[in-house]
Design a protein around this ligand. Structure first.
Ligand code: NDP
Length: 476
């Protein structure tokens, strides 16, 4: 019996994905460059072995799969993907589908898709979110490629994806790089979400002087209400954990220097490329970079000292903590609104027709940003699919009006205390700018016209596009 699908690359992600595929009753052929890893994988597969066809050469691998052959590649991102595609071209036949499930930059995916166009082979760029656990038990799957090639793999992919209230967290999102692009924006939003949670934690720890355990209790409580999400849940869990050696809270012993692999940065870069503000995401990427300047920060604290009043002494602590919860919700709305606005613009620019309600839908489970909140986004976009921005949909405009007062009070308190809240403040600045019909760019236009004769539009429609600026500084 031929395998329904093949997979190359049996490291952490590939082997977990292969086990997930086998567990759902799909016959799968596997191959790994280093053959010993295939042997180990088969032993570890246990009872799932009956659905797995281990192979030791690409000839054997290809022959084991039912044509047209879908081949998932889950190897090291970058050059190895191009090398493997070049090799596979010589082994596969017309109609076969190469599926890159690694963390590729969507621009590489577009290039690879185009590169295979005349070969008879097709290419799918597949964003897989949820880490190792997700790959094994149900990831969120974002597919980009031709719709016909998706049809060939739809059954296998929906069988392994996460489910939210019975609905599959897997969808075809558009041609070529659409899937990897959406995965990139997912990660950008993830950065913003995590940063905002960390900023709120900073206010609790440094502003109110709470212990890690007290912070854990607060996040635990929030996880039972509107902020219910995987990231809040794990924040509560990590804040509760103690170091087995010292007995101290584990978080208190962790160096405040965050790593990053680049996908958050890509989302900020693409937002900038398209001229779409994604300030909360940019602030979160920058905050991670700044966190890595540990030595400089320690030196600067000695020179400059800590700013502001330090402690926050609210009239009512309970009311302030309730404000923090609503501020986090408001900040989150800002970050997601920005992420979706970037996708809307990319959809036009790259000709994808990205389905916004479906994107929110497939993020509701399986991925790192999974939450109840995404179900609200799904409903909002279903009700208003062409909304120019999430925050003008009826449901979310009501939420912004309900929560932005709390965000304003929290940002003001943090700023006065000297506690950094770059992502939350960015979200607030975004709301305040986006909702203001008359901004201040009239002055910028005048400045531009002064030094560069760029011209401007008049509010009264009068057809006069320059000056009069006199002779400038000479007049003073
Ligand atoms: P690695 O990124 O560590 O890659 C190792 C695998 O790549 C091995 O199977 C290795 O084979 C193979 N490989 C490397 N170079 C080549 C080559 N030139 N030709 C053929 N095979 C090659 O594995 P991971 O499982 O950690 O990650 C796989 C992909 O998934 C990456 O793109 C990564 O970014 C992404 N990823 C996604 C996550 C998510 O949450 N979605 C989380 C972690 C990773 P060999 O055994 O012979 O060395």
């Amino acid at each position: 019996e031929k395998a329904e699908i093949g997979l190359i690359g049996l490291a952490v992600m590939g082997s977990n994905l292969a086990l997930n595929i086998a567990e759902k009753g799909n016959r799968i052929a596997v191959f790994n460059r280093t053959p010993e890893k295939t042997d180990t994988f088969v032993v570890e597969a246990g009872a799932l072995r009956e659905h797995i066809v281990p192979t030791k050469s690409l000839e054997e691998f290809v022959a084991a799969i039912r044509p047209p052959r879908p081949v998932i590649i889950m190897v090291k991102a970058g050059e190895p993907v191009d090398e493997l595609i070049a090799t596979l071209r010589n082994h596969l036949s017309a109609g076969d589908i190469i599926i890159d499930a690694g963390n590729a930059n969507f621009r590489d995916t577009i290039r690879r898709f185009e590169g295979l166009k005349d070969s008879g082979l097709t290419f799918i760029g597949m964003g897989v979110s949820g880490g190792e656990e997700g790959a094994r038990h149900g990831p969120s799957i974002m597919v980009g490629g031709t719709e016909a090639s998706y049809k060939r793999v739809e059954k296998v992919l929906t069988s392994i994806s996460a489910k939210f209230k019975g609905e599959d967290c897997c969808a075809w999102l558009g041609e070529n790089g659409a899937g990897h692009f959406v995965k990139t924006i997912h990660n950008g939003i993830e950065y913003a979400d995590m940063q905002m949670i960390a900023e709120i934690y900073g206010i609790l720890r440094d502003g109110l002087g709470l212990s890690a355990k007290e912070c854990s209790d607060i996040f635990g409580k929030w996880n039972k209400s509107r902020l219910e999400s995987y990231l809040i849940e794990i924040s509560a869990a990590v804040l509760k954990a103690s170091d087995p050696i010292t007995g101290k809270p584990m978080v208190d012993l962790i160096v405040d220097r965050a790593g990053q692999k680049g996908t958050g940065k890509w989302s900020a870069i693409e937002a900038q490329n398209m001229g779409v503000p994604a300030t909360a995401i940019e602030a979160a990427v920058a905050a991670r970079s700044l966190s890595s300047f540990k030595i400089q920060r320690e030196a600067a604290e000695k020179i400059l000292g800590l700013p502001g009043e330090g402690a926050i002494k609210p009239a009512s602590r309970d009311a302030f903590i309730a404000d923090l919860e609503m501020a986090l919700l408001a900040g989150k709305i800002g970050a997601y609104a920005q992420g979706f606005a970037v996708m809307a613009e990319a959809s036009k620019e790259f000709g994808w027709s990205l389905p916004m309600p479906d994107i929110a839908k497939i993020w509701r489970a399986g991925c790192i940003i999974r939450s109840q909140f995404l179900d609200d986004i799904t409903s909002a976009f279903r009700a208003m699919p062409d909304a120019s921005n999430l925050i003008i949909t009826p449901a979310f405009s009501a939420m912004v009006k309900e929560t932005d007062g709390a965000l304003r009070r929290v940002v003001a308190a943090a700023v006065t205390a000297g506690l950094p809240v770059p992502a939350l403040a960015s979200a607030l600045g975004y709301f305040d700018s986006y909702r203001r019909g008359r901004g201040t760019a009239n002055l910028i236009q005048a400045q531009r016209d002064f030094f560069g004769a760029h011209g401007f539009d008049r509010i009264d429609g009068v057809d006069k596009h320059h000056g009069p600026w006199g002779s400038g500084l000479a007049d003073f």
